[in-house]
Design a protein around this ligand. Structure first.
Ligand SMILES: [Zn+2]
Length: 181
């Protein structure tokens, strides 16, 4: 049973990779693996009452930092997963330029985070669900590929988007149900 599941997941991951490679030849299995890890982190954050979004900064296969959205716990308006992870990565590597690192995040970054992503000189960005109301990587703006800014980076959208948006929808549905009780 476990072996069957493992085989099925492996086939699914290979199909996901092939689909994304058609648009982004730079994407690898490591990017998908980091996104799956971010989804697990996001799920855990949702259980703690945070909006379930998580981000991981990685260099090759090495995880440099990871964080979930922590606005409720920290009372920090800038407590978005991407910003927290970027700050941790800079502190760990002892530099603010993260040109050899990539970032995987479960939700399309907002303007604040997309700005921080450009400013950190990241190598590439991979994200899950799009955010039509607040996203700044294709939805409302496309900050990481704006030619007027001094750094641009390749971005892959929609990686495990069904899982990523399912997490968010489930969280908000549960919160609404709780509030109406
Ligand atoms: Zn943000």
């Amino acid at each position: 049973m476990r072996r069957l599941m493992w085989q099925r997941n492996r086939r699914r991951n290979a199909a996901t990779l092939a689909a994304h490679k058609r648009d982004h030849e730079w994407i690898t299995n490591v990017d998908l693996k980091m996104m799956r890890r971010a989804l697990n982190l996001a799920r855990a954050a949702g259980l703690c009452g945070e909006i379930p979004v998580a981000a991981i900064v990685y260099r090759g296969e090495e995880i440099i930092s990871e964080a979930a959205n922590d606005r409720e716990a920290s009372n920090d308006p800038a407590g978005h997963a991407e910003l927290v992870a970027l700050r941790l990565a800079g502190a760990k590597l002892g530099r603010w330029r993260l040109h050899d690192c990539r970032l995987a995040v479960t939700l399309e970054p907002c303007p604040m985070c997309a700005g921080a992503i450009v400013n950190s000189r990241l190598q590439a960005l991979v994200f899950g669900a799009s955010d039509p109301k607040g996203g700044a990587v294709g939805s409302l703006y496309h900050i990481p590929q704006d030619a007027r800014l001094n750094h641009r980076l390749p971005c892959a959208a929609g990686v495990y988007k069904a899982e990523a948006s399912g997490l968010l929808k489930g969280f908000f549905a549960q919160r609404r149900a709780f509030k109406s009780r």
